[in-house]
Ligand binder design. Structure first.
Ligand SMILES: C[S@@+](CC[C@H](N)C(=O)[O-])C[C@H]1O[C@@H](n2cnc3c(N)ncnc32)[C@H](O)[C@@H]1O
Length: 204
C-alpha cells in the first residue's frame, strides 16, 4: 500500500520538484471526505483559483473523481494550457484582487483550491473578502501559502486570515506545514516549505 501511494505521489511531482499542488489536492479531499458523502463530494462545485495549467485539479479529477471543476487564472495562456487537460467545465479569466469579479455570482462555489497563487505579488491578503463572496456557507477553502510569506508580518496574510476568523466569516480547520519543493537543494530555498490552510465558510 505504501509503495502504491509513493508511486502515485511521484507521478505528480513537477519537473522543478514542486509538490505544493499535491498536498493541496490531497488535503482538500481529506476534509471534503469528512464533510460529504462520497457521491455528493464528487459533485461539489469547486474553483481552482490561480489554476495555472491545472496541476491540483488534475489530481482532484483523476485520483479522487471530482467532476465539477472551474478554472480561474489571470493568464489566458495558462487557461489555454488548462483547457487542454479536459478536466474543467468552466474557465474564468480574471485578476483576483479586492475588486468584484463580475463573472462570479455570490455563493456560487462549494469548494476552492489554490496552490502557489496566494503569495506575495500574486493573490494578496485583501482579496479574501471578495473570495469569500464567491463561497457558499459550509464551503471548504484549501490553499497553500508559502511558509516564509505566511510568517512575515509585512505581507499581512496571517493578520487578514485571523481578522476573517474573528469576524466569523470562516473557521480554521487545518494548518499544516508541508514541502513546497522536493529537490536535492530545496533546503537552500527560502520557499522550500509551505503552509496548507483549510478554512470552512460560516453562514452569513
Ligand atoms: C505559480 S502559478 C501556480 C499555478 C498552479 N496553481 C500550480 O499549482 O501549478 C500561479 C498562477 O496564479 C496566477 N495568478 C497570479 N496572481 C493572480 C491573481 N491576482 N489573480 C488571478 N490569477 C493569478 C498566475 O497567472 C499563475 O498561473
Amino acid at each position: 500500500m505504501y509503495i502504491v501511494l509513493c508511486t502515485v505521489f511521484l507521478q505528480h511531482v513537477a519537473p522543478s520538484g514542486y509538490v505544493g499542488h499535491i498536498f493541496c489536492a490531497e488535503i482538500f479531499d481529506k476534509f471534503a471526505s469528512e464533510f460529504h458523502a462520497e457521491e455528493s463530494k464528487r459533485n461539489l462545485k469547486i474553483l481552482d483559483m490561480g489554476c495555472g495549467t491545472g496541476l491540483a485539479s488534475h489530481i482532484l479529477k483523476e485520483r479522487f473523481g471530482y467532476n465539477n471543476l472551474a478554472a480561474l487564472d489571470v493568464s489566458e495562456h495558462m487557461l489555454e494550457k488548462a483547457r487542454e487537460k479536459r478536466i474543467f467545465n468552466r474557465f474564468i479569466c480574471s485578476y483576483v484582487t479586492n475588486k468584484r469579479v463580475n463573472a462570479i455570482q455570490s455563493a456560487e462555489f462549494e469548494g476552492l483550491v489554490s496552490s502557489a497563487a496566494v503569495t506575495p505579488g500574486q493573490i494578496r491578503p485583501e482579496a479574501f473578502d471578495e473570495i469569500l463572496r464567491w463561497m457558499k456557507p459550509g464551503a471548504i477553502i484549501c490553499f497553500t501559502c508559502r511558509h516564509d510569506a505566511y510568517v512575515s508580518v509585512e505581507y499581512g496574510y496571517q493578520a487578514k486570515f485571523n481578522e476573517l476568523q474573528k469576524d466569523k466569516k470562516w473557521t480554521l480547520i487545518s494548518n499544516t506545514e508541508t514541502d513546497y519543493y522536493r529537490h536535492p537543494r530545496a533546503n537552500e530555498f527560502s520557499h522550500s516549505k509551505t503552509r496548507v490552510l483549510v478554512y470552512r465558510v460560516l453562514p452569513f
